[in-house]
Design a binder for this molecule. Structure first.
Ligand SMILES: [Zn+2]
Ligand SMILES: [Zn+2]
Length: 769
């Protein structure tokens, strides 16, 4: 009897791959065996040659939902055929690198189970199977067996065990398999003790009554309340001390969601996917509290992704706020005791359970921009999925990249694949920093990786860089410093599979701030390069940030620094003294600021596009005094410009590009004049905001085309946090495509600093050979 040995690589362990193969082999009446090993899954199949070929072709078409097949290789097999087809025990010591899948939203089959009064899992909030449920959030170490997860303390009852052992069952080797008899329990408590009754019904009733309920989710605690109840939403903002940042919302169904937001087919597919991210959607319709997303025309919606959410939302007629369970900027709580203590002044009730969350996983956030779903925060549902690196990186190994300071994530490279951690958060926060160290240790253990090379940002003040230096000394490993914006460029190349030896590309990297050459701060840069080299060809004119980091919180400081840079203040008063922004600035201690800027006291020059947006937003009266979070003013400017965008165009003669030394400098004096004049003339602010966007788009496009005449490239990379702006990314991409460029922008990894570690890692790997 002919035989075929088939090797499957990719995410093929812990996702129901072997039972799928077992079913398929039975269908084709083949005999043989299937097992997990260090490289993935191995299949030995015996039968008529033509049937074997059909079987091999059928495999990619019958993948279980959470599997990802990276390669399928076949070879002839010699030997005698067995009598039946069996799933056999795993071979070899270490499990494969791809063994941990991402946490996945409840699958349709499990949803049917909990909705069926005759099913033993009817209304059971921890129902899961090999196609769905917790993964990374409950894992303590590899191999991914129940004993190494927070399900270890729950011994399976006979019925669950028989499912677990039956290859024909959807729960065959489902490590988190459980039921009401043997699994975790849910309860509702207030500050004093347990509350009687059905915990889900009681929690839903409390939400309807305007109370705030802390809910233990998959990757952390959330705070929930009725999103239609303005008074409760205000109270949640006060208690949480989160005054302006938008709240995420959960709708019970897409039908409910469509009452409040627009949702395209691509957005719908993302919402319904196993990753179930928060999608930023255009708000439409009335009925929700206005305090959900002040100054923003978007609402961040997600759909239920655990049985607990499904059961709760089934009892509610309006969406709920579902925001991270924390105070202000702390990481969200993951354990019960911490949630009781830290949320004591915020929550009225706690919906809790006794399955530990081992790894904190925030909800991922995505937005549809320029026809693609783009992640702005990559965590639950996506991490720790590996990225297969482009051609030329096959041998890359043993790299750890430490990431940035804010929106931190880190990255490991192992056997030609990059594994980017979930969003860790802002390392200035002590708890986030503790998580950071622990999660690095976990990922190293999961992937059996002892780094020989550690990549850090050049910024000496980043805690991630300091930790990288410590680690490099302790291991020991070679240390590689990577320039911030080069890392943004390289991350985008890597996720778009640009080969290591590919031709150079042009890039516009626009973000808040990153350390450039010779101690200068960059953020509005044009480059030419690739993984190995990166030349700065042009940049925004560097202008002082009076007060340093204070200038991020107080956009008026940027507005003043820009105006004072381009104009004499008395002239400005004479011409534009009536403008609100000029009057506001006149009330500020301008003499002190002048002295600081003149002496270079805590006023580093920066060529930042993020601060440029802040300055223009402030000039239009948007968050001039104070921004609650970085990017708030820029988001407000984008929101303001939106309705007027398509009717407007760029200001003429608004910028100049002058050669200074190695690089060309982009001056915005003309734009400031045009904006001040429009403001004086009482032009509608939405039109002014739209014209500012168009001017940046025209300038960037013209500059890239000019640079291409001396630095040839077919491809332009657009990255950095500023490119989360939809008008900018879509407008500039369209112009560049018309000019004949291929445009690459981040999708699977954030354009902001959340994607930085991937770029650091590939640059370090590229430098190693
Ligand atoms: Zn399921
Ligand atoms: Zn059970």
């Amino acid at each position: 009897m002919p035989g075929l040995a088939i090797r499957a690589r990719g995410v093929v362990q812990g996702v129901g791959f072997r039972p799928t193969i077992w079913h398929l082999a039975k269908t084709y009446q083949l005999t043989g065996s299937v097992w997990n090993d260090q490289e993935g899954v191995m299949i030995h199949a015996y039968g008529p040659a033509s049937v074997l070929a059909e079987f091999a072709e059928a495999i990619p078409k019958h993948l279980p939902p959470l599997a990802r097949l990276d390669a399928l290789e076949s070879a002839e097999l010699l030997g005698s055929a067995p009598d039946e087809f069996l799933i056999v025990a795993s071979a070899g010591g270490r499990a494969a690198d791809t063994v941990i899948a991402a946490d996945a939203a409840t699958c349709p089959a499990c949803l049917a189970d909990i909705a069926d009064p005759g099913n033993r899992r009817y209304r059971y909030p921890f129902t899961n199977c090999t196609h769905c449920g917790p993964r990374l959030s409950i894992v303590r170490r590899v191999p991914y067996d129940r004993r190494h997860t927070s399900m270890a303390g729950f011994a399976m009852c006979p019925e669950c065990l028989s499912e677990y052992q039956d290859p024909a069952d959807r729960r065959f080797h489902a490590q988190a398999n459980c039921c009401p008899v043997c699994g975790p329990k849910l309860w509702l408590e207030d500050g004093k003790g347990l509350l009687p009754g059905d915990p889900i019904d009681q929690a839903a009733a409390a939400i309807r009554a305007g109370r705030i309920v802390a809910i233990k989710g998959l990757g952390g605690f959330h705070l929930a309340c009725d999103a239609a109840n303005a008074e409760t939403v205000r109270r949640l903002r006060q208690r949480k001390r989160r005054y302006a940042k938008p709240f995420a919302l959960m709708a019970g169904s897409e039908t409910m969601l469509r009452r409040y937001a627009e949702c395209s087919s691509l957005e719908s597919a993302a919402l319904q996917s196993p990753a179930a991210p928060i999608m930023l959607l255009t708000a439409a319709g009335a009925g929700l509290a206005p305090e959900l997303a002040p100054g923003d025309d978007k609402l961040g919606f997600l759909l239920p992704y655990t049985p607990l959410h499904h059961l709760l939302m089934a009892a509610l007629n309006t969406p709920i706020v579902l925001t991270s369970g924390n105070v202000s900027d702390e990481p969200q709580c993951i354990d019960n005791a911490a949630a009781r203590a830290e949320l004591a002044d915020i929550a009225d009730l706690w919906l809790m359970h006794d399955r530990d969350i081992v790894n904190r996983l925030d909800d991922s956030v995505a937005r549809l921009v320029d026809g693609e779903i783009r992640l702005l925060r990559r965590a639950r549902g996506y991490s720790p999925q590996a990225l297969i690196l482009p051609v030329g990186f096959e041998q890359a190994d043993g790299v750890l990249a430490m990431g940035a300071e804010l929106k931190n994530s880190f990255c490991l490279i192992r056997r030609g694949q990059a594994i980017v951690s979930q969003h860790i958060g802002d390392l200035e926060n002590a708890a986030a920093q503790r998580d950071y160290r622990q999660t690095i240790d976990l990922y190293r253990q999961l992937h059996g990786c002892t780094p020989t090379r550690i990549a850090i940002d050049r910024h000496p003040g980043y805690l991630s860089s300091a930790h990288g230096r410590e680690l490099a000394a302790a291991l020991p490993a070679e240390l590689k410093e990577v320039q911030h914006h080069h890392a943004h460029l390289a991350a985008c190349l890597a996720e778009h599979a640009a080969p290591l030896a590919g031709p150079p590309v042009l890039a516009a990297i626009f973000d808040g701030l990153g350390l450039g050459d010779e101690g200068s701060l960059w953020g509005g840069e044009f480059f030419w390069g690739g993984y190995r080299t990166c030349r700065r060809l042009a940049h925004f004119e560097a202008i002082a940030l009076p007060g340093g980091t204070q200038a991020i919180r107080e956009p008026w400081r940027n507005a003043y620094a820009q105006l004072a840079h381009y104009f004499a203040w008395p002239d400005l008063i004479a011409e534009y003294g009536g403008l609100a922004i000029v009057q506001l600035l006149n009330r500020k201690p301008l003499a002190t600021l002048d002295a600081m800027i003149a002496k270079g006291l805590n006023s580093p020059p920066a060529s930042s596009c993020g601060r440029w947006f802040d300055a223009f937003a402030a000039a239009l009266g948007l968050h001039a005094e104070f921004a609650d979070y970085e990017g708030q003013a820029a988001i407000a400017l984008e929101t303001l410009a939106g309705p007027a965008f398509f009717g407007e165009r760029a200001y003429p003669d608004a910028w100049t590009l002058a050669q200074t030394g190695e690089s060309r400098v982009l001056s915005w004096r003309g734009l400031w004049l045009a904006v001040l004049t429009d403001l004086r003339d009482g032009t509608d602010l939405a039109r002014v905001a739209a014209r500012i966007h168009h001017t940046l788009i025209d300038a960037a496009s013209a500059i890239l085309s000019t640079l291409a005449t001396t630095h040839p490239a077919d491809t332009v990379v657009l990255s950095g946090g500023v490119f989360q702006n939809r008008l900018l990314l879509e407008g500039l991409s369209a112009k560049l495509r018309t000019a004949g460029f291929q445009v690459l922008a981040p999708r699977a990894y954030p354009a902001n600093d959340g994607g930085l570690a991937l770029g650091q890692a590939v640059i370090a790997a590229a430098a190693a050979r």
